[in-house]
Design a protein around this ligand. Sequence first.
Ligand SMILES: Cc1cc2nc3c(=O)[nH]c(=O)nc-3n(C[C@H](O)[C@H](O)[C@H](O)COP(=O)(O)OP(=O)(O)OC[C@H]3O[C@@H](n4cnc5c(N)ncnc54)[C@H](O)[C@@H]3O)c2cc1C
Length: 380
Amino acid sequence: MNFEYNEDQLAVKEMAKTFSETELMPYASEWDQKEIFPVETLKKAAELGLAAIYVDDRYGGSGLSRLHAAIIFEELSRGCVSTAAYISIHNMVTWMIDTHGSDDVKKRFIPKLSTMEIMSSYCLTEPGSGSDAVALKTKAAKQGNSHYLLNGSKSFISGGPTSDVFAVMCRTGEEGAAGVSCLLVEKGTKGLTFGKQEKKMGWNSQHTSMVNFDNCEIPIDNLVGNEGDGFKIAMKGLDGGRVNIAACSLGGARAALEASLNYAAERKQFGKSLDKFQVTQFKLADMATELEASRLMVLRAACALDTHDKQATKLCAMAKRYATDICSEICNMALQIHGGYGYLKDFPLERLVRDLRVHQILEGTNEIMRVIISRHLKTN
Ligand SMILES: Cc1cc2nc3c(=O)[nH]c(=O)nc-3n(C[C@H](O)[C@H](O)[C@H](O)COP(=O)(O)OP(=O)(O)OC[C@H]3O[C@@H](n4cnc5c(N)ncnc54)[C@H](O)[C@@H]3O)c2cc1C
């Protein structure tokens, strides 16, 4: 067991840190307040290989590991949680196509996804099926050998109206997981429409909306994997997505801890700086300890994905549950250390609290993480 990053991992970490500090951190507050989706910045991230991190280099991916991705997402989210999280979702879709798509599908989509010439969304949730994702109703009916006719609606879709390609889990067969397939729906398809841009508590640098399909004709060639593979593909995608989202929580909590260390050294009350009070020292010590524990779980889960460990699904769920809960608490403690100033938009704390809150809900709620963990307790 080796707890040191190797030279290659350190180089990737440094690259992501520099990008985050120069291209994300200075603009995160403005993007949040004005709800700006920073397309040009995302394309710059893609130039560094960050849009297809753990995707084969054959069609333009970076060919790195899940461990690299976890390191990268911690750094990016230290600069802007919401933008890093969108990059994470785009990577999840690109990976799903690379791992399960035909050569034709890979050739058509991955080069453009790798450069972010096209942006992607992951479409699983529906108005009537959130946690119970397998109950999804969006239906794709095969019409001869040329196309499917797609009907239904997906809710809460990150990227929504700004995306160019949508990985849609839909029903091509019977009730249950075996009747679900994954289809790629392209922007411009007749019958594809979007709901209003949702007004959210956080994650404001990426847009979220419903995505509706009204008799959309989707070419059979846009099927990812075989008919009936969709639910498995969606769940495998989420294993990695959960590690990335957990890593995004690490970056947000690290930013909050760093801000607190600076603030506690500067702010004086009762004739001394806050960091001279033992209560503040203990808070900071707990925050740093819990951040380190979360990081260890995230890196462990990422390694489990890289080695195809049979415990990977459980470890990803554990890391997501623990890191997203604990890192949210760290941000909240950081806000408390900042007193009233923590509540103002002049400081990053209130944004960090808002941005991390949703990590406890999406990619499977933390209650559903416990369901997954408890299901796997006896199998290892
Ligand atoms: C900002 C944002 C972005 C999102 N982006 C995407 C996206 O890009 N693509 C996508 O497909 N989805 C996306 N989602 C949807 C997200 O994954 C769902 O909101 C989430 O899975 C929960 O579903 P739900 O909201 O329908 O809640 P519900 O499933 O209705 O759950 C409500 C509550 O009941 C609890 N609960 C439900 N079932 C159980 C159970 N069996 N045991 C214990 N407790 C249970 C839940 O934990 C939760 O607390 C996004 C959501 C948000 C808020």
